[in-house]
Design a protein. Structure first.
Length: 178
């Protein structure tokens, strides 16, 4: 079984529990924190991957780290550890977030701009581009990129909307050379 299939199965089980108990928002927030901690803490990653450390010790470490997390989130993490699937935590969280977004009609979007976007700009982008991808709204992750020169570049899934000055110049260059 591929790793994405494994992550999807765990995410689906957790998603069904979240829906059943009306805990979707809470569990999504907790899972985002879990992913952030697991991905950005090299020591924790090393400990979880260590074959020398017993499973009981790994579970104890995670229970301490995420003591305030929902019991379903914690139990899912424990099962992943028991079954030597600690490397699937991040993928499982991504799958869960994707399912939650589909349920709500939200798409994840990365917006590259030369400066941080204001709330009004985020709302306008969300309203405009959500309709183009068949969603109700966008969850925008704003990335400041001074290489754009001006304008914005938007990535939703595998679709890219490039309204940046750099993108326009590159398209113009291709037209002139081609």
């Amino acid at each position: 079984m591929t790793s994405s299939t494994v992550a999807k199965r765990y995410a689906l089980a957790l998603f069904q529990l979240a829906n059943e108990h009306q805990l979707l928002d809470q569990m999504e927030e907790e899972l985002r924190v879990v992913k952030e901690v697991v991905n950005h803490n090299a020591d924790l990653k090393a400990v979880l991957k260590s074959p020398k450390l017993p499973i009981v010790k790994k579970k104890e470490i995670l229970k301490d780290a995420f003591a305030s997390a929902n019991i379903y989130v914690l139990n899912t993490l424990m099962i992943l550890i028991e079954r030597h699937r600690e490397d699937q935590i991040s993928d499982m969280v991504d799958q869960f977030i994707s399912m939650a977004n589909d349920e709500r009609g939200i798409a994840e979007a990365k917006v590259y701009s030369i400066r941080p976007l204001t709330d009004d700009e985020r709302k306008a982008l969300s309203a405009t581009f959500a309709a183009k991808v068949g969603k109700r709204s966008l969850h925008i992750d704003n990335i400041v990129d001074s290489n754009l020169l001006g304008g914005i570049k938007l990535r939703i899934g595998n679709r890219i909307f490039d309204g940046s000055l750099r993108g326009k110049l590159e398209r113009l260059e291709r037209q002139l050379l081609g």
